[in-house]
Design a protein around this ligand. Structure first.
Ligand code: NAD
Length: 730
């Protein structure tokens, strides 16, 4: 395997070409770094080489580090992983520094061989840290290319000098969006931001010309010059002081301190800004080691990238079923969900028949797509032509005859078994025999709804989350009689609309809602016990949940909570265990506080509907006495959810822990830094988790009873990923 090759031409330009065999995009590996080093040494040592161009043999420059390598880095770092990682990172720094100095005499700053990077397209992560170490960066005028350092999005930060170089180049303030948000820029914007030097038609030709003409002065980086001053000032400079104080506050405001990587990066930037460049690299390496040593980095990469992608590519799709892509979908019910489902389907190029009880209601559903397109035009994301095309695909009507020729139906009418049965019969009178029929129900068992169908083998659940166009998870539910073709159809459809699927078996609340409800209930129950509501909400935010349980209940509405509580109690009888939460919920309901939609709930709201803080009436009624520790509140919130996930696995509702982890993060924002419920339990270790269950059970009740599976794993010293790996459980 050769990822890097060096060729030298008659003019004395050595071209190092990066071209990973068998891959569509270049990604960096440890072995490839050594090859790059060898190529560079050879070019440097060859007197015939006057200048060096580093480019790519593919349409893009590089996508970054191989994520599989990153996820394994800590495990592969030997018996002393911190030392192994630090040494590996320092070796990477040494290589990029060698490229940056390119044989220069450190005293006179003369004699370097000019090195230019020529980027034909996207350059991300280490695929941009390498160009940042070159003396000049040329990018092709390719508006599809994205240039930048997105590492923060995978739970790490640019650790191959990217953090230090970007800050030295732009100053901390200007570098912040690139580093802290992982913002990627197309070439012209990248040049305007000052992160690349030239945008040209032919970057290799321009880079060749440049290296042949470059002077000694062109090859000295600003930070290697004696008079270097950091743009925007260092931390003790009055300007810099403001930036750093502000950055720290902003970061904590946004992440509530839940993510290790942004904090570590800010420390690397702050400390690095006060010392010479090479010391700053060493500091960067120490903080990067710190992040890689935290299991969060590998867990995030595994769930949010590797496993998410595997699920999107059909990891759980039944084999031996042909392509089931959808050409024409019928959406029954043009309410909030139906309107969103019509929009995302039409966006994917699928013809949509959008049905409601009346023409007006159907038109209202279609108007949702119109408004979406208009907003897109205003924001420059869409054009009048695209809008016309989108709306042209949606046929809004009250006439079921229009469903003729559909190959998929998605039903999103009222959550009522009788109404659903009625529309199933009406649709089946018209649709082809082969058509797959899906319900978007959130609470009714699919196997029960399938009883209204004459073809239960073709009946399935496709459960979207609201708002449909924003939420990326789709939960596919296999009923007792659902056949493989229906599952394949649902998966192929989800792939068409570019969302992430999980496939679960039919049971009360399926998977996501089954875990969300205990989260909300635990928070509400604590309020009922006298815990300060702000402590509950902040404990959740500090775990990285996008919204606390009380806010979530306000958003989804108190009356819906009451409805679900009553139905669950009726179904479970004596086994129902949420009475303590219901006291609070029903009390709010009796006060007419329905949540955000009534501008009153756990929170108080102003006239414009903005939350203005916890409602004092809630405190007056419930908050009492000594308060629990933060960690106890957090563990109650976490265990309430993860034990439900373990039970879903035990019950066979979940068939694959990857789906359990990816689904939790995408479906309800489960602490993304943890990698998901199973990844989090693996971080704790089954033994500790089981012992903690015992304590929580003794203190707070049977809902924390350790599931048999977890107990067994504790006894055997197993982890979820060790035991179930990437294989199916069932
Ligand atoms: P909604 O009340 O906004 O929309 C329901 C629509 O169905 C209405 O437009 C209504 O006119 C139409 N309808 C009712 N009876 C009909 C009939 N006989 N023929 C044709 N149309 C009929 O409700 P929604 O929030 O869009 O929910 C729809 C379904 O999606 C429910 O099953 C719900 O449980 C489920 N769901 C909702 C959410 C959510 O967050 N709201 C999330 C996931 C799933």
């Amino acid at each position: 395997m050769t990822d890097f090759t060096l060729t030298t031409d008659a003019d004395g330009v050595g071209t190092i070409t990066w071209d990973c065999p068998g891959k569509s995009m270049n990604v960096m590996s440890a072995a490839a770094l050594l090859e790059l080093s060898d190529c560079f040494d050879a070019a440097l040592a060859d007197p015939a080489v006057k200048g060096i161009v580093i480019t790519s043999g593919k349409k893009d420059f590089a996508g970054g580090m191989d994520l599989n390598v990153l996820a394994q880095m800590r495990a592969d770092a030997g018996d002393e992983p911190a030392k192994g990682l630090f040494d590996g990172i320092m070796a990477m720094h040494a290589l990029l520094r060698k490229i940056e100095r390119a044989g220069m005499d450190p005293k006179t700053l003369k004699g370097a061989k000019p090195v230019a990077a020529a980027l034909p397209g996207t350059a991300a992560g280490i695929g941009f840290e390498l160009p940042l170490a070159c003396h000049r960066i040329f990018a092709a005028d390719n508006p599809k290319a994205k240039i930048g350092l997105p590492e923060i999005l995978v739970g790490i930060f640019p650790g191959a000098g990217g953090t230090t170089r970007m800050v030295r180049k732009l100053g901390a303030m200007m570098a912040a969006p690139m580093l802290l948000e992982g913002k990627m820029l197309e070439p012209k914007k990248a040049k305007a931001a000052g992160i690349i030097d030239e945008v040209v038609a032919d970057p290799v030709a321009a880079a060749r010309d440049w290296v042949l003409k470059a002077t000694d002065a062109d090859c000295v980086k600003p930070w290697d010059k004696k008079d270097y001053k950091m743009p925007g000032g260092t931390p003790y400079h009055p300007m810099g002081f403001q930036t750093f104080v502000g950055a720290s506050a902003m970061l904590n405001g946004r992440t509530a301190g839940a993510y290790p990587a942004p904090r570590a990066m800010l420390s690397a930037v702050y400390e690095g800004a006060m010392v010479p460049f090479d010391t700053a690299l060493k500091i960067e390496a120490r903080w990067f080691t710190h992040v890689l040593m935290n299991p969060s980095a590998a867990a995030m990469i595994r769930s949010l990238f590797l496993n998410k992608e595997a699920l999107e590519k059909g990891a759980v799709r039944p084999a031996n079923v042909d392509d089931q892509r959808v050409a024409k979908v019928g959406v029954l019910g043009a309410g909030m969900m139906g309107a969103g489902i019509a929009l995302v389907s039409a966006q994917a190029g699928i013809d949509v028949v959008l049905i409601d009880a009346t023409q007006e209601a159907a038109d209202r559903g279609k108007a949702y797509s119109e408004k979406y397109a208009d907003d897109g035009i205003k924001k420059g994301r869409s054009t009048p032509e695209k809008k016309a095309e989108l709306l042209g695909r949606i046929h809004a009507t009250a006439d079921y005859a229009a469903l003729a020729g559909c190959d998929l139906i998605i039903e999103a009418v009222f959550e009522d078994t009788a109404v659903k049965a009625e529309v199933t019969a009406k649709a089946e009178a018209v649709i082809p025999d082969t058509c797959i029929y899906a319900s978007n129900t959130s609470t009714l068992p699919i196997s029960d709804l399938a009883k209204a169908s004459t073809r239960p083998g073709q009946f399935i659940g496709i459960h979207f989350f609201s708002p449909v166009e924003k939420m990326n998870l789709v939960e596919i539910i296999r009923g007792a009689e659902t056949g493989d073709r229906a599952v394949a159809k649902a998966l192929d459809y989800v792939r068409q609309i570019r969302k992430t699927p999980i496939v679960v078996n039919d049971a009360r609340f399926f998977y996501a809602n089954r875990c969300i409800i205990p989260y909300v209930n635990e928070g509400v129950r604590m309020v009922g016990e006298g815990v300060e509501p702000a402590l509950v909400e902040n404990a959740a935010r500090m775990l990285g949940f996008p919204v606390g349980p009380l806010q979530l209940n306000d958003e989804t509405s108190i009356d819906l909570g009451v409805k679900i509580a009553k139905a669950t109690k009726a179904a479970l009888g004596n086994a129902y265990d949420a009475g303590a939460a219901d006291d609070v919920l029903f009390w709010l309901f009796d006060q007419g506080r329905m949540g955000r939609k009534s501008k009153s709930g756990y929170y108080a709201y102003d006239d414009a509907g903005k939350r203005v803080g916890i409602w004092e009436g809630l405190r007056d009624k419930y908050t009492r006495g000594d308060q629990p520790t933060l960690i106890d509140v957090q563990h109650r919130l976490m265990f309430a959810q993860v034990l439900e996930a373990v039970r879903a696995l035990e019950d066979g509702v979940l068939m694959d822990i990857r789906e359990g982890d990816v689904g939790a993060i995408l479906g309800w924002g489960f602490a993304p830094w943890s990698g998901g419920p199973f990844a989090w339990l693996d971080m704790l270790g089954a033994e500790y988790a089981a012992a903690r269950c015992d304590e929580l059970e003794a203190a707070f009740g049977a809902r924390f009873k350790c599931p048999a599976l977890l107990r067994e794993m504790a006894d055997k010293g197993q982890t979820f990923y060790g035991r179930f790996g990437s294989k199916k459980v069932a």
